[in-house]
Design a binder for this molecule. Structure first.
Ligand SMILES: [Zn+2]
Length: 338
């Protein structure tokens, strides 16, 4: 079975990683896992089933689930899960985003999410959140506390209230209670008094930014944080250094400034982007900066689901489709003039 052979391959690679670590420090291994898509039972018309991409359930993993031009980042370790954003796209060609997320979570056997963190209130980050709450048991919902007037957000908050689901607002300096031993979850943004505070604080800039650290390896998850948020984190002296960066705002030129990237110094950069999206994400300027920084650049529009796993010392990247670096650095066409 594809699933079993994937596991064995993963274990072999981890052993070799450990041997080489003494010489090279942290090592990145890239495994293309195109063959891992299998179809349930071979019954014609039955829903597709996915083979899990993680090879070690005890590793701490960040899964950038391919949900089109939206974010859905799953964290997992020891069969315990948490979700950062449950985005959905409005593009008719990508409508199956919610299905994709549920198929993905079901493929891992997820029944409960210890928390659902919504980085901000845009549809491409909260579009499936209500359905996530209805479908899975969720411990606590976190967000930045900004009241948004969209029907999607209002319905979501109403449901949280009606069902008495635990809800907390987080800001820089907070620690999200970690469901995993030795994993810390530090909130680095937005500041308590928000960025561009006022009657209508900017939603993207006030994305909740979290640094997840397991022993010596860190993931920096930035939602759609933009330049002002990056500047605020730098000015606040936040410890931004991380091995893996989920790039802000789908690789938009609004985000990933040179100063910010220099502080993060990521070895792996992952972007959640929809194929041929109307915004032209990722943009050329941040891509050029990414290429200066690392060769390990992943985007869900080309790689499909991207999973980074770590044992706290070394890490590896697995992709749903075969990963071709040359494709990854080719910028999309600029967005058409509105
Ligand atoms: Zn977004």
């Amino acid at each position: 079975m594809a699933k079993k052979s994937g596991r064995t391959g993963g274990q072999r690679r981890r052993k070799s990683q450990k041997m080489q670590k003494q010489i090279t420090g942290i090592l990145v291994v890239i495994v293309a896992a195109a063959c891992l898509l299998i179809f349930g039972g071979g019954v014609p018309g039955s829903a597709p089933e996915l083979a899990p991409l993680i090879t070690d359930e005890h590793a701490f993993a960040m899964h950038a689930v391919d949900v089109g031009q939206a974010d859905a980042i799953l964290l997992s370790k020891d069969n315990t899960y948490a979700l950062i954003d449950a985005g959905e796209t409005m593009s008719p060609s990508e409508r199956e985003a919610r299905e994709k997320l549920f198929i993905y979570l079901d493929s891992l056997g997820v029944k409960r999410l210890e928390f659902l963190l919504l980085t901000h209130q845009d549809y491409d980050h909260i579009g499936s959140a209500l359905d996530v709450l209805k479908r899975y048991e969720v411990g606590t919902v976190y967000d930045n506390g900004i009241t948004h007037t969209s029907a999607t957000y209002e319905k979501l908050m109403q449901y949280i209230l009606e069902e008495n689901i635990s809800y907390r607002v987080v800001s820089a300096g907070d620690k999200i209670p970690s469901p995993w031993n030795e994993v810390t979850l530090d909130v680095l943004s937005p500041p308590k008094d928000l960025i561009m505070a006022g009657a209508k604080p900017d939603i993207n800039e006030n994305s909740v930014v979290v640094k997840a650290t397991y022993k010596n390896v860190s993931y920096l998850l930035t939602g759609d944080a933009e330049k002002k948020a990056e500047e605020a984190m730098l000015a606040a002296g936040a410890d931004l250094n991380a091995d893996i960066l989920k790039a802000g705002h789908h690789g938009s030129s609004t985000s990933s400034t040179k100063a910010f990237l220099n502080a993060v110094r990521p070895a792996v950069i992952v972007m959640s982007v929809g194929e041929g999206n109307e915004y032209g994400h990722p943009h050329k300027e941040p891509l050029e900066r990414f290429v200066q920084m690392t060769k390990h650049i992943y985007r869900t529009d080309m790689d499909g689901d991207v999973v980074v796993t770590t044992d706290g010392e070394v890490y590896s990247v697995v992709t749903r489709k075969p990963h071709v670096y040359e494709n990854v650095i080719v910028p999309n066409q600029p967005a058409a003039e509105a």
